[in-house]
Design a protein around this ligand. Sequence first.
Ligand SMILES: Nc1ncnc2c1ncn2[C@@H]1O[C@H](COP(=O)(O)OP(=O)(O)OP(=O)(O)O)[C@@H](O)[C@H]1O
Ligand SMILES: [Mg+2]
Length: 195
Amino acid sequence: MDQRLVEATVGAEAKVSIYADVVIKERVPKGYRIKALDEKLRKERTRLEARIQSDARQSGVSTPIILDVNDYTIVMERIKGDLVHRVINERIAEQVGETLCRLHAAGIAHGDPTTRNMIVSAGRVCLIDFGLAYYDGGVEARGVDVHVFFQTLEAMYDSAQQLKEAFLRGYARYCSDAALVIDRVEVIKLRGRYL
Ligand SMILES: Nc1ncnc2c1ncn2[C@@H]1O[C@H](COP(=O)(O)OP(=O)(O)OP(=O)(O)O)[C@@H](O)[C@H]1O
Ligand SMILES: [Mg+2]
């Protein structure tokens, strides 16, 4: 293995070290929790993240291959490509729609489907960061995912409206009940506004 570190990031939950071919993601301690409880929760969450990520892959959604899981650490394939955040256009937004719909059809909600948690690699959209993912194929969970994606578009891009429409074309192509989810997104949006 090529052991040169390419990049390292430390987020609220995880320390991510990117090497030439692999990524090592370690869930960091939360100082405000009792140590034993913190260790238990981090181990559980690490295992769940790895399990959901590989289940998604088994369902035909492009995600990094899990190579190893150990206590607080996941070793996975490094996806070479560009963050959707940097390269999004209508064609990519449509592919994101297809990809998220496939994930949802498998009964999985991503939990944090922002444009920084997706990589375009060899012309395909690959989903990363299953740190907040959960098993739920219901309309509410799916609507929340779509709402989160739309919010990142609205915050970042002048062409958000066209990108949202492209996303929905992709989403509706593979999910026959897309209309239910799209209606729920409207309800979630209003709820956010009036809370
Ligand atoms: N398998 C991968 N291949 C290539 N780059 C990756 C991979 N995993 C993560 N990255 C890069 O590292 C960044 C951080 O990783 P990730 O999103 O998984 O962690 P995080 O946002 O800190 O996690 P969490 O939301 O669980 O706290 C990503 O935005 C991406 O740029
Ligand atoms: Mg992330």
